[in-house]
Write a protein that binds this ligand. Structure first.
Ligand code: PEP
Ligand code: MG
Length: 888
């Protein structure tokens, strides 16, 4: 059997071997092979790390036997020898997983030093200070990382020696003091571990490699992996590389530079360096590094060499690079290069410019942008320079930042908002009754509720910032106060919320406007050329419709009509309609609502002229429009106890409240999510949808007469049976015909259905003949397929399901492919077979989520629809999804 290869010299690897050699190892190999001056070394594979764990934390058999010849090779190349007192080779030992985990695992520098080799370095360099400084740093690092001795114990000794010598900075220590430090450090190691510090370089190396393997499972690495979705099964590689020194005099130095500016994306070297220093001096901040531009005057030859290498690396990797370098006695070495991390706006500019420079294709430019990152650019945000007094942190529920005075009541928010004041609506949670306050507020802050609570969903939909579930807030609605850490905030207090980070900040802070740069528009234009699915918006009013258009929506995929019923001016009429005892009474109330609805639809259809507008008829249970039963009962009780019962007005008030209470109780349901809602309402009360249909077609007819191009699509919610759609489609068709005849116009309309129940999806072949389109309402479909009530699940047990890894992510945020997705796929197949012309899309919240959009592409949907502010994200994600499917 051929022994497994655990060790690769840099020249034996390549960029494509990331999984085996880790990102850093693969890059060092690649740089070596393109001829750059890289200090030589070798990489121990991630497989060796995994076997280390499989074998109960033992180095795999045969590993050491492969390390020894690799060291010989490095010795030959460097002309130095490991452990040789005359000309010693020193190495660094670093971790490097296949995905970069900055700072999470351990590094050891200057390995190979002992009293003899330290003297050797001192003589070879003629710089005893440097040699002993390296040695004491090595003992400290090795002591901390490998032997587990707390760093501060070394620091205390260092402080004592500095005091003794009467100096302030490490760099002022004399060679003698440094030698003394070495002895003191070694004494500490013996004290702490019971054994002397290893002097044998090979023993040092064995222990260091073991420590790096172990650091894969240190606490911070585990936490980082969990937060970033990196599997535990990857393991880390170990890179052993010969050391070069930036601290060997004024002809040496070290630095880090990006090939482009990581904040703005500008094509100009960006970074800093420090002469006569090692990397940690830069980090320690004892001396201020110089901007990379000054290297041009300080050492023009090296600067030019670096510029050439930076250009070479960018061309080679076809991406902005983040490069670490060291100059040792006038010779430039490249220690590391990787794709640079940058802000969202820089990422866009860089991708666009790299494409324009001919380095990457449009497709690659589109693929490189993280759609989620765009979110930040589409909202106002806190100026990066601002100083923040953060008083609490909740969930980042809806991006954007806003400042304003605290208000605790939706009516107050509306009143002050109309008065031109900026307010933040604060509460334990929000309900549909608060909609007017949410509309008037700059942002929403709640102490309870998750990322998909009412406040979060509605705020995202409105494009307003929200922080939810901020449980450090103690809210007293009766007294209108909010207490955090014993400090009481009242209605006059001003706060800022940052919906991107979840921070709640005292006072108002400077903000930055959204950045829809030219490059942003360019990348979206390219995305539009690539994608095959249409992107529509969920919008209920003309300003949202206009916003959607501005963001590139190709129509409205969901206009929810219940929000229109919640308007405080209309609510009493809606209540009259619900409380009507007879059909004529109900029809009278509906007649009052008709012109109002007509004007709603007129505004939206006009704002979206030329594009389709899908209007969903009334969906939620009627009791949502009525007052709360408990509160009503208390009001009645209070009247009975305190008012003059002989007063006929009081009697009248009690009577009317009692009749309202009776109706409220009658409409109360055990489980409203599965109750009398959606098209079930219209089967019982056809006159409600009749009014809405009439309002839609009358509005459309008026616009047609005005010469406006309109495409109203009527959408029926919560269908379970083809018969429902058959009846309700017929009603819509009849009213459309009537209106067209009355007005003498033709309206291009369509009628379709939401698919929100398993039965509808499974009987798609029976339903499709009655539908021009299907629209997956995956909010409800997820509830009905999983049998979870969303509010209960998110508020109670869903976090436990995710912690216990029963579910990986919240299925209300990211589509559950295996369950909900499978049903959708069946539905698409059956629906298209029965009605080949049918158009199928999605309008649940998943329509704005990139991973869910990718699934929609896989099952061949015609469109996705999402809230206006997610439209650009969906445009990009749809293009990426199309590219992914194409590449399969
Ligand atoms: C849905 O259920 O996915 C949907 C869009 O409808 P709503 O969220 O209004 O119930
Ligand atoms: Mg629904």
């Amino acid at each position: 059997m051929v022994d497994k290869k655990y060790v690769y010299l840099f020249r034996e690897g390549s960029a494509g071997m990331k999984n085996l050699l880790g990102g850093k190892g693969a890059n060092l190999a690649e740089m070596t092979n393109i001829g750059l001056s890289v200090p030589q070394g070798f990489t121990i594979t991630t497989e060796a790390c995994l076997e280390y764990y499989e074998e109960g934390e033992q180095l795999p058999e045969g590993l050491w036997e492969q390390i020894l010849p690799a060291i010989r090779d490095v010795e030959d190349q460097s002309g130095k020898k490991f452990g040789d007192p005359q000309n010693p080779l020193l190495v660094s030992v670093r971790s490097g997983a296949r995905i970069s985990m900055p700072g999470m695992m351990d590094t050891i520098l200057n390995l190979g030093l002992n009293p003899d080799t330290a003297n050797g370095v001192s003589e070879a360099t003629g710089n005893p200070r440097f040699a002993h400084d390296c040695y004491r740093r090595f003992i400290q690092m090795f002591g901390d990382v490998v032997l587990g001795i707390s760093s501060h114990k070394f620091e205390n000794i260092l402080e004592d020696v500095k005091d003794k010598q009467g100096v302030r900075y490490d760099s002022e220590l004399s060679p003698e003091s440094l030698q003394e430090l070495v002895l003191e450090f070694k004494k500490l190691v013996k004290q702490e571990t019971g054994v002397p510090f290893p002097d044998d370089p090979y023993e040092q190396l064995r222990q260091a490699i073991t420590a790096v393997f172990k650091s894969w499972n240190n606490h911070r690495a585990i936490v980082y992996r969990k937060a970033n979705g990196i599997p535990d099964s990857y393991g880390t590689a170990v890179n052993v590389q010969s050391m070069v020194f930036g601290n060997m005099g004024n002809d040496s130095g070290t630095g880090v530079a990006f090939t482009r500016n990581p904040s703005t994306g500008e094509r100009h070297l960006y970074g800093e360096y420090l002469m006569n220093a090692q990397g940690e001096d830069v980090v320690a901040g004892i001396r201020t590094p110089q901007p990379i531009d000054s290297l041009q005057s300080e050492n023009p030859a090296i600067y030019q060499q670096f510029c050439d290498i930076a250009a070479l690396l960018e061309n080679h990797y076809r991406n902005m690079q983040d490069i670490e370098f060291t100059i040792e006695k006038g010779r430039l070495y490249i220690l590391q290069t990787r794709n640079g991390k940058c802000t969202a706006s820089a990422a866009i500019r860089i991708a666009v410019e790299l494409c324009q420079e001919g380095l990457i294709t449009k497709e690659e430019a589109v693929e490189r942008i993280d759609p989620q990152q765009l979110d930040k650019l589409l909202h106002r945000r806190i100026d990066d320079q601002a100083k923040l007094d953060v008083i609490a942190t909740g969930l980042p529920a809806s991006p954007g930042a806003a400042s304003g005075k605290i208000v605790f009541d939706a009516d107050d928010a509306q009143r002050l908002g109309e008065d031109g004041q900026k307010v933040i609506l604060v509460g334990t949670e929000t309900t549909p009754d608060d909609i007017h306050g949410m509309l008037a507020a700059q942002g929403i802050l709640t102490s309870r509720g998750g990322m998909t609570s009412h406040a979060a969903v509605v705020a995202r939909h409105m494009g307003k910032p929200a922080v939810c579930g901020c449980d450090a807030l103690k809210i007293n609605l009766a007294e209108k106060t909010m207490t955090v850490n014993d400090i009481v905030y009242t209605e006059s207090s001003e706060i800022t919320i940052d919906g991107a980070t979840g921070q709640v900040i005292r006072g108002s802070v400077p903000m930055k406007d959204p950045e829809l740069s030219d490059e942003f528009q360019t990348i979206l234009k390219w995305a539009d050329e690539i994608r095959t699915m249409q992107v529509m918006a969920n919008a209920d009013n003309p300003p949202d419709a206009a916003k959607s258009r501005e963001f590139g929506a190709q129509g409205i995929g969901l206009c929810r009509t219940e929000h229109m019923f919640m308007d405080p001016a209309r609510l009493p009429i809606v209540q009259k309609m619900i409380l009507a005892q007879t059909l004529p009474e109900r029809e009278a109330a509906l007649a009052e609502l008709l012109p109002m609805q007509e004007s709603d639809f007129y505004g939206i259809l006009k704002a979206m002229q030329g594009l389709k507008v899908t209007i969903r008829l009334l969906d939620p249970p009627l009791h949502e429009f009525l007052p709360d039963g408990e509160e009503l009962a208390m009001e009645i009780q209070k009247l009975k106890l305190t008012a003059d019962l002989n007063d006929s007005k009081v009697q009248e008030a009690i009577k009317s409240k009692e009749s309202l209470l009776k109706k409220v109780r009658a409409l109360q349901e055990m489980n409203p999510m599965l109750g009398h809602r959606g098209c079930r309402l219209a089967i019982t009360f056809p006159e409600i949808y009749a009014m809405q249909n009439r309002a839609i077609f009358q509005a459309a007819a008026r616009l047609v007469k005005e010469g406006v191009d309109v495409y109203p699509y009527v959408k029926i919610p919560l269908v379970i049976h083809h018969k429902e759609l058959e009846i309700l489609r017929q009603q819509a068709d009849e009213i459309a015909q009537e209106v067209m005849k009355e007005q003498g116009v033709t309206i291009n309309y369509k009628v379709g259905t939401m698919i929100e129940t398993p039965r509808a999806a499974l009987t798609a072949d029976e339903i499709a003949p009655y539908a021009d389109f299907f629209s997956f309402g995956t909010n409800d479909l997820t509830q009905t397929v999983l049998g979870f009530s969303r509010d209960d699940a998110e508020g109670k047990f869903l976090p436990d399901y995710i912690n216990a890894k029963v579910l990986e992510v919240n299925p209300f945020a990211v589509l559950d492919r295996d369950g909900v997705g499978r049903i959708m796929k069946t539905c698409v197949g059956a629906g298209r077979k029965a009605n080949p012309d049918i158009k199928i899309g999605i309008c649940g919240e998943h329509g704005g989520d990139p991973a869910s959009i990718a699934f929609c592409q896989e099952i061949n949907l015609d469109y996705v629809s999402c809230s206006p502010f997610r439209v650009p994200i969906a445009r990009l994600a749809a293009a990426q999804a199309a590219l992914k499917v194409k590449s399969k």
